[in-house]
Design a protein around this ligand. Structure first.
Ligand code: NDP
Length: 458
């Protein structure tokens, strides 16, 4: 049988673009179908603009701190519209780069929303009607979108997509959720002058993270003036003329002019006509894949957030490249997801690689816990209260370092580098014989001498 393409990729986000370019590099004939902007969530409405807003927030801190270092500054004021215009220009620039890279690799970009149309067929709804394309392999890389039905009435609230397009910030905001998006934006908005309240249903936010990180983030957000409401998930949200009413049970109702729905993201599969290829997603809409990223349908693969495993851009990119190498480069390989580092870009940020204390113990390991907790030099000088906290988890039997966790300035930069050591199987002795770089915060990771405690295996 002959096909129009060797590979059709559905979705031009980070994963889809990486897979398509790598496949084309190996000589495959590739089309990528995208109904929205090239670049996907990360570039257009996620990681990149979020980090640009975090930088805006950080400048507020820097100006305040600068006074303690002798700078005489006028009272600063943040203008969201100025930021929004610069952000729009930057996302346009990045989208242009993505398009150029695809073109340079020989990947054809097809504009329109794609759906499966039986085995090896993709139908694309374009401005001029449906266009049907055929391919030897089909890759679903359609990512995810904010959940809008987690709580009755929440569909009227803003999502992170909407927040990043605001021209003006509200004076007060409620954030619903206690995950990455909730905490990053709570922290950022508070620094930009918004009075923020966060409602999450657990005792601590960031379920699944090490307790040290979870308690630290609570302390830092509280110090930044964020009102935290643990154990309180709104039962319903009601739109009013002036904003939103959050019903919190037992007749407790609070009103906010603006509410951020940060209750998670769901895979984009509903519109894909998966059944035509014999595919059934799970109850949440995610596509199951095996180690070779194959779905249950012959010749159909999936990568990244649409599979709802580790929903991080670098994972989708690594999977896309591995798939392209395997299908077209005669270099089959799988992605090792056992030790993926990640960061939460609160101010200060936190970063982590490896299991939490609880997860390590549950895995049947005896765990030596090393910790450092200090006020960084930059803060101590100006009487700041922000602390840096670090933790290393070491297998008490093999002495292999299992995990590094950190909250504090530059945590993501530091932990990314430590992830290399952990991937290489570094032991505590390797850390111990590494000479410190002084004066830095990172040096504390090689200066931890005695474990605070040794935990028995569960
Ligand atoms: P998360 O899964 O991280 O958090 C969702 C939050 O919403 C959780 O606190 C969850 O509570 C809560 N929640 C879910 N349903 C309800 C409900 N019905 N009522 C009340 N609370 C609810 O999702 P995010 O949207 O924050 O982020 C999505 C993913 O995107 C992340 O998991 C991450 O993989 C990625 N991401 C990564 C970033 C980074 O790398 N820095 C930044 C942003 C996103 P509970 O924990 O109790 O279930």
């Amino acid at each position: 049988m002959t096909f129009d393409y060797d590979l059709i990729t559905l979705g031009a986000g980070s994963g889809g673009v990486a897979a398509s370019r790598r496949a084309a590099l190996h000589g495959a004939r590739v089309a990528i179908v995208e109904g929205s902007r090239v670049g996907g969530t990360c570039v257009i409405r996620g990681c990149v603009p979020k980090k640009l807003l975090m930088y805006a927030a950080q400048f507020g801190d820097s100006m305040r701190e600068a006074r303690g270092y002798g700078w005489v500054l006028p009272e600063p004021r943040f203008d969201m519209a100025t930021w929004a215009a610069a952000k729009a220009a930057e996302t346009d620039r990045l989208e242009g780069i993505y398009r150029q890279m695809l073109q340079g690799s020989g990947v054809e970009v097809v504009a329109g929303w794609a759906r499966l149309d039986g085995p090896n067929r993709v139908a694309v709804a374009t401005d001029t009607g449906d266009r049907v394309l055929t391919a030897r392999h089909i890759l679903i890389a359609t990512g995810g979108a904010p959940v809008r039905d987690s709580i009755p009435g929440i569909e009227a609230c803003a999502t992170s997509d909407d927040l990043l397009d605001l021209q003006q910030l509200p004076e007060r905001a409620a954030v619903i959720g206690g995950g990455y998006i909730a905490l990053e934006f709570a922290s950022i908005l508070a620094r930009l002058g918004v009075k923020v309240s966060v409602f999450y249903r657990g005792e601590l936010p960031l379920r699944g993270f090490d307790t040290m990180l979870r308690t630290s983030v609570v302390a830092e957000l509280t110090a930044a003036g964020v009102q935290l409401h643990p154990g309180s998930a709104p039962q319903r949200v009601q739109r009013t003329s002036g904003g939103f009413l959050l019903s919190l049970g037992e007749d407790r109702v609070l009103e906010f002019p603006w509410v951020l729905n940060a209750t998670g993201r769901r895979p984009n599969t509903a519109q894909l006509n998966l059944a035509s290829a014999g595919l059934v997603p799970d109850a949440f809409g995610a596509l199951a894949v095996n180690a070779a990223l194959q779905t249950g349908a012959l010749d159909v693969y999936a990568i990244g957030d649409v599979t709802n495993r580790i929903n991080l851009t670098p994972v989708a990119i690594a999977e896309g490249r591995a798939l392209a190498d395997s299908l077209f480069g005669a270099k089959p390989h799988a992605v090792d997801l056992s030790r993926v580092a990640s960061a939460v870009f609160t101010l200060p940020p936190l970063a982590t690689v490896g299991p939490s204390e609880a997860q390590a113990v549950q895995a049947g390991l005896r765990v030596a816990v090393y910790e450092a907790d200090f006020r960084p030099m930059k803060q101590a000088f100006i009487g700041g209260t922000e602390r840096t906290r670090m933790k290393l988890l070491v297998d008490a039997d093999s002495q292999v370092v299992l995990a590094a966790h950190m909250v504090g300035a530059d945590a993501p930069e530091i932990v990314q580098s430590l992830a290399v050591a952990l991937s290489a199987g570094a032991t505590k002795a390797d850390f111990d014989r590494t000479i410190a770089m002084h004066p830095t915060a990172a040096e504390e990771f090689v200066l931890m001498r005695e474990p605070m405690r040794v935990l028995p295996a569960a």
